[in-house]
Design a protein around this ligand. Structure first.
Ligand code: ACO
Length: 370
């Protein structure tokens, strides 16, 4: 038995949800470039869960179902108020999503119908939990959803209390489309491993949130913004990036386990970053990002991934830095739940082996002789 570090190149399951072949990402066979330009997030959610694009009436029913299930239980809101100040926002989300199960009498119901309903509840409540948490820590009361057809619009309203503008809704909606699913990424794998024991969907999504939190995965988008803020200005980029590269520091938002010739999602986010920079009148983050890309790609051959330009996009939307990864979770909840539903349909326990590298032929030594 020989281990493959990081399971690189190992095909661990079959799936008909999304694929990456020769650098092209598809959801249910539709190219991400096509979806990024044409689809709304709710259409993508339907596509991932049900395997086809919705008709107008199917879309409206999904939007209504999401709105009808967006209220966060009062008990979870009370808990959010008790979290210590400065709680990491992904840790808060992870704990709150686990708590949602306590308030769902059908949490352990395993029929497909019950699990689809729980997927709707999770997709609807995760943005509401994040917005509530963000307001509570600022001493503000959480807001109920306004019932817009767009989840992006509802989230922006519940976060800020202001009527969201069209540009912000469209930008966030597109970012949600781009992050919705990505084959067997680390958090999706974590979700599938958890539910393959026939544990419940809340446990699967809680595992996934824990995996997404790390800076080698979803946490990279916050780390990118931290780096941009630390560098500060375009003039500082050259010295700072050269210094990081010389010290063999990882540049956040670059590289990918699967894409070696570039992440197809990055160009859409780069374009959004430029457009939003122009609209806000602040091109600093975009200009810095372009220069960093030139240097890192030029010197290391590494291309930006989905996290690199999403940092400047969310900053232009005036979203606090520590909500970037939770926003990733809002979107990826659709992919996680689609994969969980797929796993239940054709389940087998996921239990690989380990190549043992420890000591052998040891004997127990009584404690008095150690
Ligand atoms: N900056 C500098 N060097 C890098 C970077 C980077 N961002 N990424 C990879 N490398 C280098 C490594 O140092 C290593 O070099 P070495 O062979 O000389 O030691 C080589 O490229 C291979 O890197 P690994 O980390 O082994 O590649 P792996 O496939 O395991 O990791 C990963 C992929 C985690 C994405 C990696 O590229 C990375 O850490 N990137 C930065 C974090 C990041 O942006 N994560 C988000 C990924 S997208 C997502 O999850 C949504």
């Amino acid at each position: 038995m020989t281990a493959t570090k990081g399971l690189e190149g190992i095909v661990a399951t079959t799936s008909s949800i999304s694929s990456i072949v020769d650098g092209v990402l598809t959801y249910r066979g539709i190219d991400i470039d096509d979806l990024a330009v044409n689809a709304s997030f709710e259409e993508v959610v339907y596509l991932l869960w049900f395997g086809k694009l919705p008709t107008q009436s199917e879309l409206e029913k999904l939007q209504a179902d999401l709105n009808a299930n967006s209220e966060v239980p009062a008990g979870v809101i009370e808990q959010l108020k008790l979290y210590p100040k400065n709680t990491n926002s992904m840790a808060a989300l992870r704990t709150a999503v686990s708590s949602l199960a306590l308030y769902d009498t059908e949490a352990n119901e395993m029929s497909r119908e019950a699990n689809v309903l729980k997927a709707i509840k999770l997709q609807a409540k995760i943005p509401a939990v994040i917005a509530a948490y963000a307001r509570i820590r600022e001493g503000k009361e959480p807001l109920a959803s306004k019932g817009y057809p767009s989840l992006a619009a509802n989230f922006l309203y519940q976060l800020t209390g202001n009527e969201p503008d069209k540009v912000a809704i469209e930008a966030l909606d597109k970012a949600l489309v781009l992050h919705a699913d990505h084959e067997l990424n680390a958090s999706t794998f974590a979700a599938r491993v958890t539910v393959a024991t026939l544990s419940d969907i809340y446990s699967g999504v809680t595992s996934a949130i824990g995996a997404l939190k790390g800076p080698l995965h979803g946490g990279a988008n916050e780390a990118v913004m931290a780096m941009l803020e630390e560098i500060g200005t375009l003039d500082n980029v050259e010295l700072s990036i050269n210094d990081k590269l010389q010290r063999k520091e990882k540049i956040m938002g670059f590289g990918h386990r699967v894409y070696k010739n570039g992440d197809p999602r990055a160009k859409h986010l780069q374009k959004m970053s430029r457009e939003l920079g122009k609209i806000t009148g602040n091109m600093n983050w975009y200009d810095m990002s372009i220069k960093i890309e030139d240097m890192v790609t030029g010197q290391k051959g590494l291309k930006p991934n989905v996290d690199f330009y999403s940092a400047s996009v969310y900053t232009s939307l005036e979203i606090p830095r520590d909500l970037f990864t939770p926003i990733f979770a809002i979107s990826r909840a659709s992919g996680w739940t689609a994969h969980i539903l797929e796993q239940y349909e054709n389940n087998r326990l996921i239990r690989p082996r380990a190549e043992y590298t420890g000591l052998e032929n040891q004997k127990y030594i009584p404690i008095s002789q150690r």
